[in-house]
Design a binder for this molecule. Sequence first.
Ligand SMILES: [Zn+2]
Length: 86
Amino acid sequence: MAKHTPIRMCISCKERIKQSQLIRLQCKDGEIIKYSYKGRSFYLCKDCLNCEKEQKLVKSLQRYCKIDKDSILKMVETHKEKIFNG
Ligand SMILES: [Zn+2]
């Protein structure tokens, strides 16, 4: 029997992807942080984090987190560095 692979949706591109390929984040006190295993979380795919579709990403995150665009871009940069440079 095949092992069950959880599929989750990226909030930006709405693609359904294997959970292991997604970055799990959450919004806490007006900040986007790595999921702390408490509260509501959301997923972003690496393509969206690393992309030219930045407008879309920012809009999705704004809808989700209700924080300003500059903060979002700053946090996206921080996560990108962590994810892509170890
Ligand atoms: Zn995506």
